[in-house]
Design a protein around this ligand. Structure first.
Ligand code: ADP
Ligand code: MG
Length: 383
């Protein structure tokens, strides 16, 4: 991550050295998409890319500068309320507010530089990386202990209630709890996390379509309403409590659209366990089949894919060295994830970007090869 860069920009911007650096990674979800808010199973991995905060306590107010986004309007951490900040400052101020709601009244303001080496709005959860990083920062500066899972939960409150996007817990939990070399099999209901080793010679390849997500908030909230309605009709709190057999037995009680959404959620959650087994057994055919089934279901049943994601998944899957590929993240743009054998990576990127560029000459695709990585923490030089 970009901690040294963040520190250098901090000195240039504020005229003194930073006293604390926090790093929080983005994540890629290997499988288990749109299952988290049904209390289901997911399998993200933290990336070696994310946001780095270089910071210093100040008597206030808090002043934030992002290399990617410029200055935010200053605010007092002890006073922010939903609506009192705008734009990207919401992720920083929202964490201070959410920490206060959770009984941790952080009150130490800071001067902060945000540097990122993670694409923003590309489905790798720069928003969760921001929230987790600022959670760590505010807690540390105010002298509170940092519990990673608690920070993740508070980050979800921030995004739901302060930013206003009804997301689940997965993104924040992956950023906070990542383990080197492992994907994380997460039970969103119990928050039991089982690290599942990714075979050594496989790389997580992020294939960003260059299409940014538009209207994602409303479509997301719409999907969420649909699965909540389905659960209520089936008499359960969440679709997690329904098996494929039970869903089919009661299919007639749901409207056609809610039924399709529910079918996706129930089958996708089951695929997460099948993927864990495939990874442990190093069964690459099965990994590929599961990733394809996931993509097809997101396209046809949950309807959150788009032309670019469908094309990218297809191209990514066909290129030599690919074990499997599918769209990842909330959808409507953003990235695909592929599992690629390491030795094939250089040719792979060339081939896929060329084929994708021919189909979408106006889209700037970006490729990131990554190993599953550790979660958020205080930057190396400051530990
Ligand atoms: P994703 O989480 O998939 O990257 P979101 O739309 O959820 O996409 O979050 C992107 C938003 O997060 C940006 O519009 C911005 O407000 C904020 N953000 C993320 N990274 C940064 C950064 N480095 N600097 C400032 N704001 C950021
Ligand atoms: Mg996000």
């Amino acid at each position: 991550m970009q901690s040294e860069w963040a520190c250098a920009v901090f000195e240039d911007t504020f005229g003194k050295a930073a006293e604390l650096v926090v790093e929080a990674p983005g994540r890629v979800n290997l499988i288990g998409e749109h299952t988290d808010y049904s209390d289901g199973f997911v399998m993200p991995a933290a990336l070696p890319y994310g946001v780095s905060l270089a910071a210093r306590a100040t008597d206030g107010p808090s002043r934030l500068y992002s290399v990617a986004r410029g200055w935010a309007k200053s605010f007092q951490v002890a006073e922010v309320e939903p609506g009192s900040t705008r734009g990207w400052a919401n992720y920083a101020a929202g964490m201070a507010w959410a920490l206060r709601q959770a009984g941790m009244p952080v009150d130490t303001n800071a001067e902060v530089v945000v540097a990122n080496d993670l694409p923003i709005g590309a489905g790798v959860s720069s928003s969760a990386a921001m929230e987790v990083a600022f959670g760590w920062l505010w807690l540390t500066l105010s002298g509170f202990p940092v519990d990673p899972l608690q920070v993740a939960r508070i980050a979800q409150t921030c995004e739901n209630q302060y930013v206003g996007v009804n997301c689940g817990l997965m993104d924040m939990a992956a950023s906070a709890l990542g383990v080197d070399g492992h994907a994380l099999l997460m039970d969103i209901r119990t928050m039991e996390v089982q690290p599942v080793p990714v075979p050594d010679d496989l790389v997580l390849m992020l294939c960003d379509t260059g299409r940014r997500r538009g209207l994602v908030g409303s479509a997301y909230n719409d999907r969420r309403a649909s699965v909540e309605r389905a659960a209520a009709t089936l008499g359960v709190s969440h679709l997690r409590d329904v098996t494929e057999e039970q869903l089919e037995a009661q299919a007639a009680s749901l409207n056609e659209e809610d039924l399709r959404r529910a079918r996706h959620v129930v089958a996708e959650s089951a695929r997460v366990h099948q993927m864990a087994a495939a990874l442990r057994a190093d069964d690459r055919d099965q990994m590929g089949a599961l990733m394809q089934a996931s993509h097809d279901s997101l396209r046809d049943l949950f309807e959150v894919s788009c032309e670019e994601l469908d094309a990218m998944a297809e191209i990514a899957r066909a290129a030599p060295g690919c074990i499997g590929a599918r769209m990842t993240g909330a959808g409507f743009g953003g990235a695909c994830v592929a599992l690629v054998t390491e030795q094939d990576v250089p040719n792979y990127v060339e081939r896929v970007s060329e084929a994708y560029g021919q189909r979408f000459p106006d889209r700037e695709s970006v490729f990131l090869a990554a190993r599953a990585s550790r979660g958020a923490g205080i930057g190396y030089d400051f530990r």
